[in-house]
Design a protein around this ligand. Structure first.
Ligand code: ATP
Ligand code: MG
Length: 125
């Protein structure tokens, strides 16, 4: 299992969401964040303190996926987020030790498996 974290442009959030859902990845946490990339920073002095300006509004996606889904997640994020201009964002992949689904007590990959379609379908009572 891996934690995939992606920082993307806010205006690409919808495309990233759609690409992830199409790739079968639906367990996702989103946060608004403020970020600075590899670009040269502008440093200003404010009341005697050095302040780094030019932090940009970004959105952070976090998803824990089983190993076979890691590349699909990366491909989906790139497909949804890439404009080709600087500031498109970055993806980080980290090992994930344990996952527990609170409702059932299921652990690890069992806890990551989505709820079955039948439970979600409005056609099936
Ligand atoms: N090394 C890093 N660690 C943590 N967050 C980062 C890192 N690099 C980028 N980020 C986050 O990703 C956002 C977008 O980064 P950005 O796309 O500008 O990266 P970059 O390395 O400068 O690439 P580019 O040259 O395409 O702009 C940043 O605002 C920041 O939130
Ligand atoms: Mg940058």
């Amino acid at each position: 299992m891996k934690l995939v974290t992606a920082v993307v442009r806010p205006e690409r959030v919808q495309q990233v969401k759609e690409a992830l859902f199409q790739a079968g990845i639906s367990g996702i946490t989103l946060s608004r964040v403020s970020g600075h990339g590899g670009e040269q920073s502008v440093v200003e002095h404010y009341r005697g303190t050095r302040v780094m300006v030019e932090f940009h509004d970004k959105v952070e996606f976090r998803m824990v996926v089983s190993d076979p889904f890691v590349q699909a997640a990366i491909d989906a994020i790139c497909k949804g987020a890439r404009t080709g201009e600087v500031g498109d964002g970055k993806i980080f992949v980290q090992p994930m030790e344990r996952v527990i689904r609170i409702r059932t007590g299921e652990e690890d990959t069992a806890a990551l498996t989505p709820v079955t379609e039948t439970k979600l379908s409005p056609d099936q009572p």
